[in-house]
Design a protein around this ligand. Structure first.
Ligand code: MRU
Length: 349
């Protein structure tokens, strides 16, 4: 598995990431040398997926401080750290992992043992590496905790991309599938194409095929028909932000899938690390939903498909109320029938 995103070199180094806008037609690794380029990479989805953009933002903070002279006053670097975090936080609003990672970077300011700019920079780089490594470990644990939900012969439906590309390694929803596959289970996956940016068609099928997992691509509007034909046994998706009561924001179209699953008595699961929970907000109503450029709908990948100047609404995420989620699979364990109590029981044990 190639790293989705990694730091290259020492404190004066740079970031390398897979440009996800080009996949699967082209596999290109790009170099990111400054914080503006990182902001742009997050905004344009060159790097995407909730955990991956958290890691990207943390690396962006290190890049943001590189130009501060090591002999400068520590207060100058601290001010720059705060400004860089505010700037990176404006790149995308929904996935809480971005803000979670930036808060971790910002909290380093509380460490009174840091007295020089160089010490601060080194501490920040160490923190980004910890964020990355912890995410990789969480993905593996999610895979182990969720694999039992996939039985021999199961047909799983997934939406968007919650794989290795969306995380440090191995994914969340796809981690469950990768682990079940490694356990020798035979099952098939249906991947929604995920309009408008086709993360399912471009990224999820690519990852699953590379792993040798039987995957079939469907258009988003086919899911209900497959369910009505008894062709889907369970749905597993990732998440971008989970409120204290379990309401879950994920890629637009996830809510429709959860409703369809409910109507067809099919279990609907979310797989997400603890960094995706935002216990500071009570319900999904408080989750900010990103609205993206109308061109993504009217001119997908540069090709016009709708009349010029047609009105467009392009929300990138929706919220699935917790009562439609059978369980949330986390690195700390499985939260059955998620609500404020069951979430705290698992996340704090
Ligand atoms: O707009 P994107 O591609 O960043 O949206 C990604 C998703 O919605 C994923 O399902 C989610 O981040 C989970 S990633 C493990």
């Amino acid at each position: 598995m190639v790293d989705t995103i990694k730091w290259v070199g020492d404190i004066n180094g740079h970031v390398e990431l897979i440009d996800q806008t080009l996949l699967p037609v082209e596999f290109r690794i790009i170099e990111i040398h400054d914080v503006a380029a990182m902001w742009q990479a997050i905004k344009t989805l060159q790097v995407r997926g909730a955990p991956a953009i958290g890691i990207a933002a943390a690396f962006g903070v290190v890049l943001g401080l590189q130009k501060i002279n090591d002999l400068a006053e520590i207060s100058v670097a601290k001010q720059k750290l705060t400004e860089t975090c505010v700037y990176l936080a404006s790149s995308r609003p929904t996935a809480v992992n971005l803000f979670w990672a930036l808060e971790r970077m910002q909290r380093i300011l509380d460490d009174s043992s840091i007295r020089s700019v160089q010490q601060l920079k080194e501490r920040l780089l160490a923190e980004t590496r910890a964020i990355r490594d912890e995410d990789a470990a969480m993905c593996r644990a999610i895979g182990r905790n969720g694999a039992d939900f996939i039985k021999d012969g199961s047909a799983v439906l997934t939406h968007c991309n919650a794989g290795g590309l969306a995380t440090a390694d191995y994914g969340t929803a796809l981690a469950v599938m990768f682990t079940a596959h490694e356990q020798g289970k035979k099952f098939r996956v249906f991947a929604d194409e995920t309009r408008p940016l086709l993360q399912g068609a471009r990224l999820t099928t690519w990852e699953l095929m590379q792993a040798g997992i039987d995957v079939t691509l469907i258009c988003d509007n086919m899911a209900g028909y497959l369910m009505s034909q008894g062709k889907i046994d369970l749905v597993i998706t990732g998440a971008d932000r989970i409120a204290a009561n379990g309401d879950t924001a994920n890629k637009i179209g996830t809510y429709s899938l959860a409703m369809l699953a409910q109507a067809h008595h099919i279990p609907f699961y979310i797989a997400a690390p603890s960094s995706t929970f935002d216990t500071g907000i009570a319900t999904g109503r408080d989750i900010p939903i990103e609205e993206r450029d109308p061109d993504e709908v009217t001119r997908p990948f540069g090709r016009p498909i709708a009349p010029d100047n047609v009105k467009v609404y392009n929300p990138a995420f929706d919220v699935t109320p917790h009562q439609y989620i059978r369980a949330i699979i986390t690195e700390a364990g499985v939260i059955h029938h998620p609500n404020s109590d069951t979430i705290l029981q698992v996340l704090t044990r």
